[in-house]
Design a protein around this ligand. Structure first.
Ligand SMILES: [Ca+2]
Ligand SMILES: [Ca+2]
Ligand SMILES: [Ca+2]
Ligand SMILES: [Ca+2]
Length: 428
């Protein structure tokens, strides 16, 4: 196995070195083969290589930054990849120190960083530094890894200011920042079949979003902040499809999500989030959803079991929600409705929602229990759909929907069968 990895590395490097610098046809693959955090020892040679004769994760990213090819694949095996080279200073960030900088110098390549699954490939900043920075203008996909234990001012797990970033089949956990504990994104962000959990910030414990973002088949849970425990979004737009916000908390407003941008939820679930979590004299409302300004649209979405001090049973929303399809709440005090208004809003018994747990599929969900008002209750003629009005053929877990008579409200389809798991996250 090792010899094959090295062979691939040598062949890839040889190929790269033989091709002229401006060749636009080659795709290059670097196979990481060491967990030890060392720099690339010559970024001009096209070879991922360190002083220890290895290809480290940092060396692969550094060398990728200096290539002029349209696509670079960085394959990362199982292991715990600790970031151990300290950053050069508070205001100094380079590819050879501190966080891992995906920063292609020519700006026109796609970088694909793939691990061996989020349970196996772990990139860890040991609470000393951000984990990954994606530079302005970069196009990157991060797949099959866990990114954890980052600590910095902005985007401790991943910071992506004006880049195009896809995070798929990954876990972002245990990161701590002022803005965006898990991910800070100011560009285009797609989060697919991923888990954002146990991150902390002042704003946006899980995610701080100012750009165009999509959450698909993903769960954001156990994150905490002052405002926006799960998500703090000022972005235009944020789409959440087949996704779950659960058990996040805000010491002030918006336990699940604080929104002052354009937000649009489709068949998503906002369950068991808490505002005014510290129960202090400054208060806090909107246990599930806090709409500060902008537009917040809900389509076939489930918002229940969210809490605050003065509403320990249900504090699901604060502000104006534009409702289409069929949306269900534990109760609706504090919410005002536009769109189809009360014709698109009903009540669900909180006791008919199961706990957050592994119900099959790549991420945790809340199951609907027998007799739930969410089961088979979406409108027959419209069904479940995403931001392109494309029908949803799977639920959050990847199980076939609709099951039974009709599509269910929220991210989970009751009684659904796994037919196309992991193949069809975009319902194409
Ligand atoms: Ca090199
Ligand atoms: Ca760095
Ligand atoms: Ca408070
Ligand atoms: Ca159904």
């Amino acid at each position: 196995m090792i010899s094959r990895l090295i062979l691939h590395t040598i062949l890839g490097a040889l190929l790269a070195s033989l091709l002229p610098g401006r060749c636009a046809h080659a795709a290059v693959t670097f196979l990481v083969n060491s967990v030890v955090d060392l720099v690339d020892d010559n970024t001009a040679d096209g070879i991922c290589h360190t002083s220890a004769n290895t290809c480290s994760l940092r060396a692969a990213i550094m060398q990728a930054n200096h290539m002029d090819v349209p696509a670079i694949h960085i394959e990362v095996p199982a292991g715990i990849f600790m970031i151990t080279i300290p950053r050069g200073g508070m205001n100094f960030d380079a590819e050879d120190t501190g966080d891992l900088n995906i920063a292609p110098l020519n700006g026109n390549q796609n970088v694909f960083l793939s691990g061996a699954g989020s349970a196996n490939t772990i990139i860890d900043a040991n609470h000393t530094e951000r984990v990954v920075n994606v530079a302005q203008g970069a196009r990157a996909t991060i797949a099959g890894v866990t990114i954890r234990n980052g600590a910095t001012l902005s985007g401790a797990g991943i910071e992506s200011f004006n880049a195009s970033l896809t995070v798929t089949d990954s876990v972002i956990e245990g990161n701590e920042a002022l803005n965006g504990g898990g991910i800070y994104s100011g560009g285009t962000l797609n989060v697919v079949r991923s888990t954002i959990r146990s991150n902390i910030a002042t704003k946006g414990g899980g995610l701080y979003l100012t750009g165009a973002s999509t959450l698909r088949g993903s769960s954001v849970y156990n994150n905490g902040a002052d405002d926006g425990g799960g998500i703090y979004s000022t972005g235009q737009p944020l789409y959440a499809v087949n996704s779950t916000l659960s058990s996040n908390y805000a010491n002030t407003n918006g336990g699940g999500i604080f929104s002052s941008g354009m937000t649009d939820f489709f068949n998503s679930s906002v369950i068991n989030n808490d505002s005014d979590h510290d129960r202090d004299e400054n208060g806090g409302i909107g246990g599930g959803v806090y709409v500060a300004s902008g537009s917040f649209i809900i389509n076939n979405t489930l918002i229940v079991q969210n809490t605050t001090l003065d509403a320990p049973i249900d504090d699901n929303c604060h502000g104006f929600l534009v409702a289409f399809g069929w949306n269900l709440f534990g109760e609706t005090a504090g919410c005002a409705f536009g769109g189809n208004g009360t014709a698109s809003v009903g009540l669900v018994s909180p006791a008919t929602i199961g706990p957050l747990q592994d119900n099959g599929g790549p991420v945790w969900t809340h199951a609907l229990l027998s007799g739930s008002q969410a089961i088979d209750s979406t409108f027959d003629s419209v069904g479940c759909y995403d931001q392109n009005i494309a029908p949803l053929s799977i639920d959050q877990r990847g199980a076939r929907r609709p099951a039974g008579l009709r599509c269910d409200v929220g991210a989970f389809e009751y009684g659904a069968i796994f037919e196309i798991l992991f193949q069809d996250g975009f319902d194409g």
